[in-house]
Design a protein around this ligand. Structure first.
Ligand code: THU
Length: 210
């Protein structure tokens, strides 16, 4: 396209009725989310797809692809996981929460002989963070799991109650909480915010009479 412009020729976009200089991203890529006024490309909405930036989690195939701070948080969650108290399920979950002051708070699942009295790793971690650092906001949480009985192949994701709890901290702080679901096989699934994990959630205004 650039050469065509320099040499005063018409580029292939003329076939779409678009002048080349109107296209700010001079590439033949078929999907682009810039949504330029004169774009000749198909947009996600034309294809019935959600916009790219709302299309769900980003999947990283190996830890090397992650940002260093995400990798560190996953390492901390893995350390926390070793100390889970889970003699009944023999399933260990670790969570690491990153705060705005850089502190990392750890949690792991704590079980009890009266089964329902136990608590998931995620809630142990975020409650500890809120209890000990009430003024800090939560920036991210990494979650990892393993079993003493079998190989945990998939990335585990927080249960409904944990999603509800994480979302509350995201809402009151008006700060997205990045959710890193780390898998034993090295794959990591990243959600930009807790709200992505709990759509159509119950919210405070619903408690009030208008
Ligand atoms: N568990 C967690 O800690 N987090 C999750 O996201 C799922 C489940 C714990 C609860 C229980 O101790 C064990 O894993 C088996 O359910």
């Amino acid at each position: 396209t650039h050469n065509y412009l320099r040499e005063g020729k018409y580029c292939y976009k003329s076939a779409y009725g678009i002048q080349s200089h109107r296209c700010i991203q001079a590439t033949p890529t078929l999907l682009c989310n810039h949504q330029c006024l004169f774009c000749w490309r198909l947009q996600e909405k034309d294809l019935g797809l959600p916009p790219i930036w709302q299309a769900g989690p980003i999947v990283f195939d190996s830890p090397e692809e992650l940002q260093a701070k995400d990798r560190l948080l996953i390492e901390k969650a893995t350390e926390a996981m070793q100390n889970a108290y889970s003699p009944y399920s023999r399933f260990k979950v670790g969570a690491a929460v990153l705060l705005t002051n850089g502190t990392i708070v750890l949690g792991n699942n704590q079980e009890n002989v009266a089964y329902p009295s136990g608590l998931c790793a995620e809630r142990v971690a975020v409650f500890a963070a809120s209890a000990n650092y009430p003024k800090e906001k939560i920036l991210a949480i990494a979650i990892v799991a393993s079993s003493e009985e079998f190989e945990v192949k998939s990335n585990i994701s927080p249960c409904g109650s944990c999603r509800q709890v994480i979302l509350e901290y995201e809402k009151i702080a008006a700060q997205n909480i990045r959710i890193l679901l780390a898998g034993a096989a090295g794959k990591t699934i990243v959600f930009e915010k807790a709200a992505d994990l709990l759509p159509l959630s119950f919210f405070e205004e619903q408690l009030k009479k208008d």
